[in-house]
Design a protein around this ligand. Structure first.
Ligand code: ADP
Ligand code: MG
Length: 234
């Protein structure tokens, strides 16, 4: 059982973290504890309804915990006055359903997170072009999402998640809507980017093959962590 690693910088520390819905009728997280170090690739596994997405939403400050504490780099997220900035600059998100804006092209979707940044319009456009090149979509810059395959849409979403140089990437079943070939391409891309850029990656998956590629696997059941183990050969 490994709940923390020696050395390195602690990015997240959860202590007795709880999340209830519907006035306590649903206990999605029943008090979970973990530490995640900078640069780790952690897979979160468990059956449907076990609390995986809820946990990721807490890490991304998309929702508030009901109890316990969650520290990001030593500071409580609950006490941060600038959660919008945290969501925009500290963490990147990739979702199963891509969540691209349908009326914007690929290059425009990638620029959206940068609109509030210091970058000029020309810099935003150049960076979006570079990021789409990084995910192999240099020939799809001006396509609308409806004209892209599922795998291509997810690659646009990956490029978008990297736009503001977030040090943490949160991915909720990023290959869940893809056929096995596209799922393989997307996972290879995420793994390669994580190895090259050394961001902290927390990835929810149903797929044991994907979980084996992580450095560490946290397994959940009924809102609890039932195991937390290091992979010997990630
Ligand atoms: P997983 O991602 O592992 O499938 P979730 O975190 O989505 O699980 O859900 C955990 C539990 O919380 C489930 O019982 C689910 O029905 C419930 N739940 C999730 N989101 C909400 C919500 N917004 N309102 C009420 N219940 C919710
Ligand atoms: Mg889920």
């Amino acid at each position: 059982m490994a709940t923390s690693h020696d050395g390195g910088e602690c990015v997240f520390e959860a202590v007795a973290l709880k999340k209830e819905y519907d006035d306590g009728q649903v206990q999605a997280l029943r008090g979970v504890d973990f530490r995640i170090q900078a640069g780790e690739f952690v897979a979160i596994v468990g059956q449907s309804g076990s609390g995986k997405s809820t946990l990721l939403q807490m890490l991304g400050a998309l929702d508030h915990p009901s109890g316990g504490s969650l520290l990001y780099r030593g500071c409580s997220l609950a006490e941060r006055p600038d959660l919008a900035s945290y969501r925009a600059h500290d963490v990147g998100f990739i979702f199963q359903a891509f969540h691209l804006l349908p009326t914007f092209t690929a290059i425009e979707n990638v620029q959206i997170p940068m609109l509030e940044s210091q970058r000029t319009a020309a810099e935003r456009k150049q960076r979006a072009t570079d990021l789409l090149g990084l995910v192999g979509l240099e020939k799809r810059l001006h396509h609308f999402p409806a004209k892209l395959s599922g795998g291509e849409r997810q690659r646009v979403a990956i490029a978008r998640s990297l736009a503001n140089d977030a040090s943490v990437l949160l991915a909720d079943e990023p290959t869940g809507n893809l056929d096995s070939e596209n799922a393989g391409v997307v996972m290879d891309l995420i793994v390669r980017l994580q190895q090259e850029h050394h961001f902290t990656l927390v990835l929810v998956t149903h797929d044991p093959g994907i979980a084996r590629r992580a450095g560490r696997v946290i397994s959940m059941r009924d809102g609890c962590i039932i195991s937390d183990t290091l992979n010997s050969t990630p």
